[in-house]
Design a binder for this molecule. Sequence first.
Ligand SMILES: Nc1nc2c(ncn2[C@@H]2O[C@H](COP(=O)(O)OP(=O)(O)OP(=O)(O)O)[C@@H](O)[C@H]2O)c(=O)[nH]1
Length: 443
Amino acid sequence: MLTDALEAEHEALLQFLYMAPVGLVKASLDGEVHMMNPLSAQLLMPLAADSDLSNLFDALATVAPDLRHRCASFPSKFGTICDALRVQVSAGIPGKRDAQYLSITILKLDGERLMAVLSDVSVQVKQERLLEKNRAWFNAIFSGIQDYALVGLDSQGRIEDSNDSITRLTGLTPEQVEGTSYALFYPPDAITPERMLDRLHEADEAGWNLHEGYCVRADGSRFWASSLIVPLQYRTELGLPAQAGSLVCDEASYCLVIRNINDRKDAAESQHREALCDHLTGIANRRAFFEAAELELARVRRMPRPTSVAVFDADHFKRINDGYGHAAGDAVLFDLAEKLRKCFRQIDVPARIGGEEFAVLLPSTDLEAAQVAAERFRAMVEHATVSFNGMEIPYTISGGIACLSDEISGLGELLGQADQALYRAKQAGRNRICSWHELASTA
Ligand SMILES: Nc1nc2c(ncn2[C@@H]2O[C@H](COP(=O)(O)OP(=O)(O)OP(=O)(O)O)[C@@H](O)[C@H]2O)c(=O)[nH]1
């Protein structure tokens, strides 16, 4: 019974040796071959003089002449004599044939026996060389370019690596930025942790994500930049077959390319203004507001977070028009838009959505924070006058706010709630902010 089991095991071992994807050679300490599998014979045959494979050291003498000595002088009774020693078996001919490389591992099993593991690593060496060459090329190119920086990001938007161009562009060294969020490159009020991840998701979905806006340098100064995020696919970039395991990284990662386009800022802004800005005030128009809000709602559906809107309306605006003239009314609207721009964060979207009606989209903002921001804006308007043609025109605004919740089906409903709150603020005497939620709770 025991003999049968042993025999079966022996048979299985022989089969393994025969089929193994590496060359296996068992030899005595002086290299005399006791056993070798077919792959070893195939790998050693082109090297051995007269096709003689009776001695391992003789067969490898032309490519690894010191192996015999290394094995003879190995001091321990067993252990690893050499580990994945790479030797070049044949030279390549550019465009015709690749160079051949063999990896040799030799283990001393005991006082009498050696086991050699041989494998053809030509493809691996070729890929490593290609990678090395690409890295050198990219470094040469990117260190030479003045206004680009290249940054590697992990799946959470943390900076994994960057090249020296980041210092030229931002004044921060690769060591300073490594491990921090890429939000570091943007003004704090222009990005939230959620928006930072949104951009990665949008890059996954569309293949890339492009953003134009201000970036900040280490000294706090700003420059107008375009930043492109592209998901990295190691497998396809390296041309690896699907099963080539070790070099493939399954964790998502991204490349962020930041480009200083300060000189194009004015042109970009005027193009942008044509399509998406209100002609009188220069802030977003109704269309741009709805586009931005729909995009934000799609982001919220993918990754929930508090989101609010505020709507504002100038109080008794007809009286201003009638009392000071229509042009003065325009100046008041312009002033209102300017104050919105100053008072809210860069990531917020203030827009003129009607004659004297304004709205602000407040991403990643709960009701309480929306209330604080809206109140700050109301007070700012109340405490200043607009200078126009030698006149000082005082005005006030009323505001309504609403925060997205599970019960709300879409943007229309959210704006509807904010409008109802605004109506209440008007009814309650103007120059005040109401929230839809306080209406709902007192109803
Ligand atoms: N100057 C100027 N006036 C505008 C513009 N668009 C709308 N208006 C005026 O804004 C006024 C809005 O008036 P109403 O809707 O009656 O409201 P109101 O006088 O502001 O009063 P309440 O909203 O109730 O506080 C109208 O007189 C419009 O003609 C604009 O672009 N420029």
